[in-house]
Design a protein around this ligand. Structure first.
Ligand code: ZN
Length: 361
């Protein structure tokens, strides 16, 4: 230990016997740290060191990310009389690089910490958000232009169980807006190809595949047991069938649709707002909405699908900012986003007082 300079190398620190190890990182307690470290921010530590350090003679190791803030804090502690305080040179980064043991506060592996590092550092995310994602089951209905980014982002973020539902095969005309597939996937079942992509992206999650076409007779059975349903399809009829199941099961449905260069996104959560049928009652058989006829700009599906993935993650981690009760309208030509407030309709045929019995279970 080089006490005169108040710095200690990781290898040396690992052999030393400290009275106390303090991790001053703001996100300490949610990422791996030195075994036995207590999480105390620098502000708290320096405002009242005696609250944490037993005596002026205690040998204290101060840890941060790369050793800069801990060096400053250590110098201040020493100037306050804590003469045996030392800073970990290079911070926890050098500790991990040296292959020294760390503790995972809540059971995540070192690989988990590396994989999810950037989201773990978000103020409202942290270890509890990651755990919530790991324990979540999400159904993605349709893995086309919208479902591609939804699947990619949810798999990458660590949603523990994804159910991929799609009855189509990959076609060459899909590839301009569905970049999870390659040319060699043409002809494969989409659900299978999508599952291969997601498993390669994140082998830690569980993926279930269904090639069943969803309708009112099977929607509730297929979707039961999920925490969130994400609809990424262009069929009114199927969306109504899924909405009926979502209402029946009391599960939020994250809706997205795209028309040429415009898109819509909404979170329909019947527990706190309107359902899809409140806003889009009735059916439509207008073929003019089919992108195979009217065309679609590929990245627009990426924008809307990314919004759907964002709202899904926010719901799972318990964010207070979920856009339930809003219809988000995106116009790629003008690069504008509008928000419409949605209202629950008492007479809604699906969730209202005069609910029809067209949902079969
Ligand atoms: Zn409704």
């Amino acid at each position: 230990m080089t006490g005169s300079t108040a710095r200690i190398q990781a290898i040396e620190a690992n052999k030393a016997d400290f009275d106390l190890v303090i991790d001053i990182r703001p996100h300490a307690g949610s990422t791996p740290t030195v075994y036995g470290a207590v999480a105390v921010t620098a502000d708290r530590l320096l405002s009242n060191p005696s609250q944490f350090i037993g005596s002026n003679e205690d040998v204290v190791l101060v840890v941060c990310d790369i050793g800069l803030r801990s060096a400053i804090a250590t110098d201040q502690l020493r100037s306050m009389g804590y003469s045996a305080a030392v800073s970990l040179e290079g911070g926890i980064e050098s500790w991990i690089t040296a292959g020294l043991p760390t503790i995972s506060p809540e059971g995540l592996s070192r690989d988990d910490y590396a994989r999810y590092d950037r989201q773990l550092k978000l103020p409202d995310f942290g270890i509890h958000g990651q755990q919530a994602l790991a324990g979540a089951r999400v159904a993605i209905v349709g893995v086309g232009g919208l479902g591609s980014p939804v699947l990619g982002y949810l798999a990458a973020a660590g949603v523990g169980h994804l159910t991929i539902i799609d009855s189509d095969n990959v076609e060459l005309s899909n590839l301009h807006r569905q970049p999870i597939y390659t040319t060699s996937d043409v002809g494969r079942a989409k659900a299978e190809a999508a599952a291969s992509y997601a498993a390669a992206l994140n082998p830690m999650i569980k993926i279930t595949v269904s090639t069943t076409r969803i309708d009112t007779t099977n929607a509730a059975d297929i979707l039961r047991g999920h925490d969130v349903i994400v609809t990424c399809i262009d069929s009114f009829e199927t969306t109504h069938a899924i909405n009926g199941a979502a209402v029946l099961l009391g599960v939020p449905m994250v809706f997205g649709s795209v028309y040429r260069t415009e898109g819509q996104m909404a979170v329909f959560d019947v527990r706190s707002g309107p359902c899809y049928a409140c806003v889009f009652p009735g059916q439509s058989t207008d073929p003019g909405l089919d992108c195979s006829i009217v065309g679609v700009l590929g990245p627009v599906t990426g924008v809307i699908g990314s919004m759907q993935a964002t709202e899904t993650i926010k719901m799972i981690i318990g964010s207070s900012g979920v856009s339930t009760g809003l219809l988000i309208l995106y116009d790629a030509e003008a690069q504008s986003i509008d928000r419409l407030s949605l209202q629950k309709v008492a007479s809604c045929a699906t969730c209202g007082d005069r609910r029809a019995s067209r949902i079969r279970v």
